[in-house]
Ligand binder design. Structure first.
Ligand code: FE
Ligand code: CA
Length: 506
């Protein structure tokens, strides 16, 4: 069953026996406005967010996508069938010029653990059809599949991995950040960014539009509900709360605040987030929980907006400041929120969906990545101890950022090889960032970090099936992203058994 890239034009719909939405705009002379596709997100047992953004000319430099300075009515429909023979929910919302004509519809009154199809209509056109689903009731332990991904630099390759996610038809997709990259076009790349480094709201809106024009990305979005969190590149490389990592382009502090405000607004506009995640000034409320019945809970983290500045000037460093007990990568409130949620034992599996490498990885000199949890070691220690104190049965950290696939065991004490395994980390590789890769599976720094169990330098994503007894994770690997249609294989599979943290060879 193929859903993606299907486009219904009104008229064809009636012939197919579906339920027409109101009559089309007279003449329907405006161009097709759904060139950025559709998606859904943040599913609940009775509702899901439906997203689209009207943009007949998506790449316009003003970021307005060719839409007039006017608000536009958008009809939406949800059905249990791809042909929309019977509607289970429908309505009309307003796409506002001030929000780049994006819509975030909370489609409610749905059944738990159910598959649905949705579409929009505006200006006389019907959108492509998306598939989505609700989560099970919180008392139900239904097995499910998920894909998770990060780091999709447009310039460094084609989105074959996103196409692979669409073809795998998971029940849910997690995106862990670096959905866009903010930089200007570079020479010698597979594809080219439009425009200079993103600074203004128009810049970020246009950048999202360029990424979302990609048909493979649209296919992944239309295949399943997404649960998203940003990392640094949705704003600027390696920023930390209010601190920039570099001074290019030069900005006053007020201009930097305005830039971050613009970046968060564009992120909200372009993601299937609930209205509760709408930004307020230069902050955006993102950390949240999504429950998958009694089987699993996703604790979606924000490790960028509340962190202390990277220690010792960032980079790979030997850095005793990274051990400071006052340092935090989450801020106090988010740390308390996470530990409180873990302590509620909401589901059998607790997935901590977050951005940066979690396990310790020291090189032979003791240097480590100051942008990762290794730069915030007591923050990590408090969270690990926190889940142990709360007898959390199955903590699994999901990470992105490093553009390589990794599978790691988490240790009570990383300096002692006999220390107990107290959790598991799965790190997805990038969708495209860093290009084809060299295919190496030699685990870096494994001599000093024997808890690191798998590594591969290829692009791709991780696909996991979750049941009461185990999580099986397949590291999906794309042969080449420098050309279209690279072959996708499973490089390695691991199983995490219920009640037994750590990795078993599948
Ligand atoms: Fe990245
Ligand atoms: Ca990153």
């Amino acid at each position: 069953m193929t859903l993606h890239r299907r486009t219904f034009i009104l008229g064809g719909l009636a012939a197919a026996g579906g339920v027409a939405i109101a009559s089309p705009a007279a003449g329907a002379a405006t161009p097709f406005p759904f060139k950025l596709g559709v998606t859904s997100g943040d599913p609940a047992p009775d509702s899901v967010v439906l997203w689209t953004r009207l943009a007949p000319s998506p790449l316009n430099a003003d970021g307005q996508g060719g839409m007039p300075n006017a608000d536009v009515a958008v009809d939406w429909q949800v059905s249990t069938s791809e042909t929309f023979g019977t509607l289970v929910a429908s309505g009309t919302v307003t796409a506002h010029y001030a929000e780049a004509h994006s819509v975030h519809v909370v489609a409610g009154g749905l059944n738990p653990d159910a598959e649905y199809y949705y579409r929009f209509r505006a200006q006389g056109f019907l959108s492509p059809v998306g598939r989505t689903r609700t989560t099970p009731a919180v008392t139900t332990a239904s097995s499910f599949t998920m894909a998770f991904a990060s780091c999709a630099h447009y310039e460094t390759g084609y989105y074959t991995a996103y196409r692979g996610i669409a073809n795998d038809r998971p029940d849910v997709v997690l995106h862990l950040g670096d959905y866009i990259y903010e930089g200007a076009a570079r020479t010698g790349q597979v594809r080219a960014h439009l425009g200079a480094e993103c600074v203004s709201l128009a810049d970020y809106r246009r950048r999202y539009a360029q990424y979302k024009s990609d048909p493979d990305l649209q296919a992944a979005h239309a295949a399943a509900p997404w649960i998203v969190v940003p990392d640094d590149h949705e704003v600027e490389n390696n920023y930390a709360t209010n601190t920039r990592a570099d001074s290019s382009p030069a900005l006053t502090s007020a201009q930097w605040v305005a830039r971050r405000t613009a970046a968060y607004q564009a992120y909200y506009e372009n993601m299937p987030l609930r209205p509760a995640s709408k930004p307020s000034g230069n902050s955006i409320p993102l950390y949240r929980r999504v429950r998958w019945g009694s089987l699993a809970t996703f604790h979606m983290m924000d490790t960028r907006q509340f962190r202390d500045d990277q220690a010792c000037g960032d980079g790979w460093k030997v850095c005793s400041d990274a051990d400071s007990t006052t340092r935090t990568i989450t801020g106090t409130a988010e740390e308390a929120w996470l530990l409180d949620g873990l302590g509620q034992h909401l589901g059998n599996w607790d997935f901590i969906g977050q951005q940066v490498f979690f396990a310790r990885q020291f090189d032979s000199t003791g240097a480590a990545n100051m942008d990762a949890w290794d730069g915030y070691r007591q923050s990590r220690a408090r969270i690990q101890q926190g889940w142990r104190d709360r007898s959390v049965r199955n903590p699994v950290v999901l990470s992105g950022d490093v553009h390589r696939a990794w599978a790691n065991e988490l240790k009570a004490d990383y300096s002692t090889s006999t220390s107990a395994v107290i959790g598991t980390e799965l790190v997805c590789t990038s969708i495209t960032s860093d290009g084809d890769g060299n295919g190496s599976t030699t685990i870096p720094n494994v001599a000093t970090n024997p808890h690191l169990k798998f590594y591969q330098d290829r692009r791709g994503y991780t696909l996991a099936s979750v049941t009461p007894s185990q999580v099986k994770a397949d590291f999906r690997s794309v042969a080449k992203v420098s050309e279209h249609g690279g072959a996708i294989t499973t490089a390695k599979s691991f199983v995490i058994l219920d009640g037994k943290p750590g990795l078993q060879t599948a």
